[in-house]
Write a protein that binds this ligand. Structure first.
Ligand code: ZN
Ligand code: ZN
Ligand code: FE
Length: 768
């Protein structure tokens, strides 16, 4: 207690808090904080944010204002606090939580789904707790959000919990501001809430312990379809090689690595190495799949070889719902392969009926429940790179939390690219990037795309009259946009890559972009993908690019890197020398016909793609002729080497710094090395070294030419951590300022963000 002087003057202050402050336990936090400081007043949710009035001794009001920001709930994100001291005192007798003012939401932010918190976890593990073993336990600090919301405001009647009426015990928690479940919309218990059951062959399994039975099936090598938070998983025991192989076979997923869910960090230590930052990322409320360095199999580590063979890293996640925790608590289920519940290329499955039809043929049993999933959300995939987050897929847990960009300009809907599609709704300073949608050539993904557009527009109460789309006329997203009544802005693919990174870093001045990508529609009729751009959202110029080379069969070459290799080698050494330099793995391939169509220019568009350069080099090592998933050859060739090897490797000679980057020297050096018997490991290391040096020199030239020093790295090829990390280091070494995507993936999952800002700039210009 302080002193005994004259009583301090009373203060009446109004605070308006903006950001992610609704559906995250913010009002009870404010209530308890006000009581703690002995203040009277009120708190209420409004369309502009959380409105607070406090009144009491000036010092206490100051303490309250400071602690409001310092101690805010874990899931909240305060973006702004407007304070105003009012001239007259209010007539408050106590501190109260007032009813939400459901005016149309101009600033409503929808919270994302959040992993089970420590308190709820101890509830479900405590035999004395009334939620012991209950798989749908949640509170204001955790649980489903986006995936159960039908419309706003975020209130129980507008969620898939509407059909469950709270029992008296749950209701009193819900109404008590001192309770962790105050206004927790999905609040439930085994008396009143959703239930879980198991189905085999269309029949419910009679058992008094569903999860124990599910655990027994998994232990016996069975494939389970498990209804989760944002969709279904297909699960098998990760240590059972036969089960994993069977899953791959039935799911039609030959080679792509599978992710594993383990019970806790200690269990994870058997399979992967991780440091503190990686442990933190595994344990965040967003609970993504984290790619971690594998421990070689053997001893403690009994992970089935076919989970992620040929990869240096394994995707690991921790349980993020009570159902997952309870399942992994069963004996013998300490590590499960958990892969999206779909056939390859289709979006993740949602409802029970859909699961019976689509997953029934894959799974031996279905673990179902009756809490509806309203919105799909695949697991997010990321890793830690140089101490910062590095996304491969930004989805569950992150979407639809906005990325904050510079304010001003019209609202925009951006419909994204064709593959790895996401869409973006840009509303003032908030860019709402949707969860991962998938490849739009797939009909179900295209339906999901349309559904996501109407959902985001509906929930955010924002239907922009400006739509941004890719320049590619054949993309389904482009064709959809062209059917809408709106101002259309076509955006060049790699310009969008550049601007998406500039947007998340809130760069104000133009930057140089090294955009190393697979495929994108160029402005000159060729296929771009190895670009040096300079510009900002308003405009860009193409300063340089990789030399163009014919791509035999166009996009078909993406699945057959050997064809690309033949054409690139021809480009490097000429028709006559090709056969002398091809490795033995090409012996039975139709090299002649490929040379023929390239020579005659039949269906062989020119490309500057960096992804294809990787394909060609990989095929020339003799290890990869085909790609069973996107960029397989490039990804697996990277896995042969390490950052340390690349640092030590000697660059190939004879590649001069230039803005038109040569392809030939890379190819002839790789082919020559392979035919001299140099190991694929060393070829990979030297290729990476040479590429890093060449790109860094080109960036320096571009910087000297333009006077710009911010260098943005983006495009799908930069999912290669060695290239990304090595080039960041090399650029900094040249005194340049490299920037990479941190909140979004380097791949096409971020395209919609760039499109949105470019369209905003275009419309802003038209109006002035
Ligand atoms: Zn909780
Ligand atoms: Zn209840
Ligand atoms: Fe791209």
């Amino acid at each position: 207690m302080t002193g005994c002087g004259p009583s301090v003057a009373e203060l009446h202050r109004r605070l308006l808090v903006g950001g992610i402050v609704q559906g995250v336990g913010f009002r009870p936090f404010v209530f308890n904080l006000a009581e703690d400081e002995n203040l009277v007043g009120m708190v209420s949710n409004t369309s502009a944010g959380v409105l607070i009035e406090v009144q009491g001794p000036a010092q206490a009001v100051e303490n309250f204002s400071r602690r409001l920001e310092e101690e805010a709930p874990a899931l909240s994100r305060i973006v702004s606090v407007e304070k105003e001291d009012l001239p007259s005192l209010g007539s408050f007798l106590c501190f109260s939580i007032e009813k939400s003012r459901n005016t149309p939401g101009t600033n409503t932010l929808i919270p994302a789904d959040t992993a089970t918190c420590a308190d709820c976890l101890s509830d479900i593990r405590d035999p004395g707790n009334r939620r012991f073993g209950y798989p749908f336990t949640n509170c204001t600090n955790c649980g489903p959000r986006w995936t159960i919301i039908d419309r706003i405001p975020y209130d129980r009647p507008f969620t898939s919990m509407a059909s469950f009426t709270m029992c008296d015990a749950c209701q009193s928690e819900y109404e008590n501001p001192r309770d962790r479940r105050f206004h927790a919309q999905p609040n439930a218990c085994s008396e009143c809430g959703p239930q879980v059951w198991l189905e085999v062959g269309g029949n419910r399994v009679e058992t008094d312990d569903v999860l124990a039975e599910a655990g027994r099936l998994l232990k016996a090598g069975k494939i389970l379809a498990i209804k989760g938070l944002g969709g279904f998983h297909l699960a098998v025991d990760a240590c059972n090689e036969d089960a994993v192989r069977l899953l791959r076979e039935r799911k039609n997923r030959e080679a792509k690595p599978l992710a594993v869910m383990v019970g806790n960090l200690d269990e994870a230590r058997q399979f992967v190495h991780f440091d503190e930052a990686e442990a933190d990322l595994l344990s965040t409320p967003e609970a993504p799949i984290v790619l971690l360095e594998k421990i070689p199999a053997g001893g403690e580590n009994q992970l089935a070889a076919s989970v992620a063979g040929g990869h240096r890293r394994l995707g690991v996640m921790l349980p993020y719902t009570p159902l997952h925790h309870l399942l992994l608590d069963q004996p013998g289920t300490s590590a499960l392969v958990m892969t999206s519940g779909n056939n390859s290329d289709e979006p993740i499955c949602l409802g029970n009926a859909e699961a019976r039809t689509r997953l029934g043929p894959i799974a031996d049993a279905l673990l179902l429940h009756d809490r509806g999933i309203i919105r799909r959300a695949d697991d997010s995939v990321m890793q830690v790179l140089d101490g910062q987050s590095f996304f491969f897929r930004r989805s569950r847990g992150f979407a639809p939390v906005p990325i904050f960009v510079r304010p001003g300009g019209p609202d925009v809907l951006a419909v994204g690219p064709e593959l790895k599609n996401t869409i973006c709704l840009l509303k003032n300073d908030r860019a709402f990037l949707s969860p991962h949608i998938g490849d739009l050539e797939n009909l179900q993904a295209f339906e999901f795309f349309q559904e996501t557009i109407s959902t985001l527009q509906g929930v955010l109460e924002c239907t922009p009259d400006v739509i941004a789309h890719d320049m590619h006329p054949g993309y389904f997203s482009t064709q959809w946009a062209q059917k809408q009544k709106a101002t259309l802005v076509p955006v060049q693919h790699h310009h969008a890559h550049l601007v998406s990174v500039m947007a998340e870093h809130q760069l104000e001045n133009p930057a140089i972009g090294l955009i190393m990508d697979g495929t994108g529609y160029g402005t000159d009729g060729t296929i771009w993908g190895g670009e040096i751009l300079a510009g900002d959202a308003a405009s860009f110029s193409r300063l340089g690019h990789f030399e163009t080379v014919p791509l035999p069969g166009g996009d078909a070459a993406i699945k057959a890197p050997w064809r690309t290799a033949v054409s690139y080698l021809r480009h490097a050494v000429g028709d006559d020398a090709v056969r002398d330099l091809l490795p033995p793995s090409f012996e039975n391939l139709a090299v002649g016909p490929v040379l023929e169509i390239v020579r005659k220019g039949i269906n062989s568009p020119l490309t500057s793609s960096c992804g294809r350069l990787f394909d060609a080099v990989a095929a020339l090592t003799g290890l990869w002729n085909e790609a069973h998933y996107e960029a397989q050859a490039a990804i697996e060739m990277m896995a042969l080497t390490t950052m340390d090897d690349v640092r030590r490797a000697k660059p190939w000679a004879g590649i001069e710094a230039s803005l038109v980057l040569p392809v030939g020297p890379f190819i002839s050096a790789a082919a020559q090395a392979a035919s001299d018997g140099v190991s694929p490991q060393e070829i990979s290391a030297r290729f990476h070294r040479t590429l890093i040096d060449t790109l860094a020199s080109a960036a320096l030239l571009a910087s000297q030419k333009t006077g710009l020093s911010d260098i943005v790295l983006a495009g799908g090829v930069f999912q290669n951590e060695i290239l990304m990390s090595g080039l960041m280091e090399a650029l900094a070494g040249h005194g340049l300022h490299p920037l990479r995507p941190v909140q979004t993936p380097a791949n096409d999952g971020a395209i919609a963000l760039g499109q949105a800002l470019i369209a905003r700039a275009a419309c802003g210009l038209q109006k002035t």
